[in-house]
Write a protein that binds this ligand. Structure first.
Ligand SMILES: [Zn+2]
Length: 357
């Protein structure tokens, strides 16, 4: 599926003649302009795109989506992407954000049975500069270039110009990253904080901790704040009581999305409680992240936050975010935003590639 096009593709209603002209123009553009290749490799979906350099933010030329599990390697996905272009682009630099830790230029993906090596991409595609980042680190690189209409406000706070920031993103898993403010610019840094130990702060959450510990041996933040995490919380709040939205959960392939839809529509009280707990725990851990980095801003990425925006904005997220005893006033001043652009990770990878040369 082509998500965004600027001159590389042809609308279906165009005549064959204009198609040919445009194809020729596109070929020339690809061959004459130095491009950046960016990728956002997730456990389910991989975005790959071409970008042109620009003063403030790399300009999107073309983006395509691939089913990660259908390919044997990142190289095969890049191959499939390049083959689909009207000409071989002149690539100056490439960068990929991947869902897993990156150790010395090699990434082991959490939910995909292959490794990614920056050196392999250099060798196979002849790109001189290749960057490999953790997916949240990549998303963090987008923060400085996002436009106001790509963000939604959860807490307005008091913006500070020279301050650290943090990104937390619930999706297939839970990702966390820091943006250190040093000498007038952000330096993103990855973490595996989503796998740190879950700390409950209400009696219900202590009971949830017990259930998770029984099931998984230990309870981590990702067991609550992620798509599969919301399914865990749903199991906890329902117990032996049948879900009143069971018909919806059966037909919807994304069970977590069905649970949040049921909760937002008020179909089932236990679904409402599940989403409430999810939002409270999300707020508490976002507040922990802000404390650990003395953040001047916190950004919520990932696929879940934009889908549950009304629940994030109803006050319970902010209450949990700021419930840190003597640090309450500090946290009440921290602006908290939801990143609405699902391609923020890809844009961040392009920003990083742009800075490599
Ligand atoms: Zn329910």
């Amino acid at each position: 599926m082509t998500l965004c096009l600027r001159g590389l593709s042809v609308p279906s209603h165009a005549s064959d003649f204009s198609n040919e002209k445009r194809e020729t123009r596109n070929e020339k553009r690809l061959q004459s302009t130095v491009m950046l290749l960016a990728g956002d490799v997730g456990g389910t979906k991989t975005f790959v795109g071409l970008f042109e350099r620009a003063a403030t933010r790399p300009v999107t030329v073309d983006i395509k989506t691939f089913s990660t599990q259908q390919y044997a390697s990142l190289g095969d996905i890049i191959d499939a992407y390049l083959v689909g272009l009207p000409a071989v682009p002149r690539l100056d630099a490439a960068c990929f954000g991947v869902a897993g830790p990156v150790i010395e230029g090699t990434a082991t993906l959490t939910n995909v049975p292959w490794q990614i090596s920056a050196a392999d991409v250099v060798q196979r595609f002849g790109v001189r500069h290749v960057g490999l980042l953790n997916d949240l680190e990549s998303m963090a690189y987008s923060v400085a270039v996002l436009e106001p209409d790509e963000l939604a406000i959860i807490q307005r706070g008091v913006p500070r110009i020279a301050a650290n920031a943090a990104v937390i993103a619930a999706g297939t898993g839970l990702g966390e990253a820091f943006l250190h403010w040093i000498d007038g610019r952000f330096y993103p840094a990855p973490s595996e904080g989503g796998h740190a130990d879950f700390a409950p702060h209400t009696e219900r959450q202590i009971a949830l901790l017990r259930m998770l510990t029984q099931e998984f041996g230990r309870a981590e933040w990702e067991h609550v704040i992620s798509g599969p995490g919301l399914v865990n919380v749903h199991r906890f709040t329902h117990g032996v009581t049948p879900c009143r939205a069971a018909d919806l959960l059966r037909v919807e392939p994304d069970v977590a999305a069905a649970i949040s839809a049921s909760a937002l529509e008020g179909r089932c009280d236990a679904c409402v409680e599940a989403l409430q707990i999810f939002v409270q725990v999300y707020g508490a851990e976002a507040g922990n992240l802000a404390l650990r980095s003395v953040a001047g801003a916190v950004f919520l990425g990932g696929g879940i936050a934009p889908k549950i925006l009304p629940a994030l904005q109803d006050g319970s997220f902010v209450r949990a975010f700021t419930a840190k005893g003597p640090m309450r006033d500090l946290l009440a001043a921290v602006p908290v935003h939801v990143i609405l652009n699902p391609q923020a990770g890809l844009i961040g990878a392009a920003v990083y590639a742009d800075g490599m040369t």
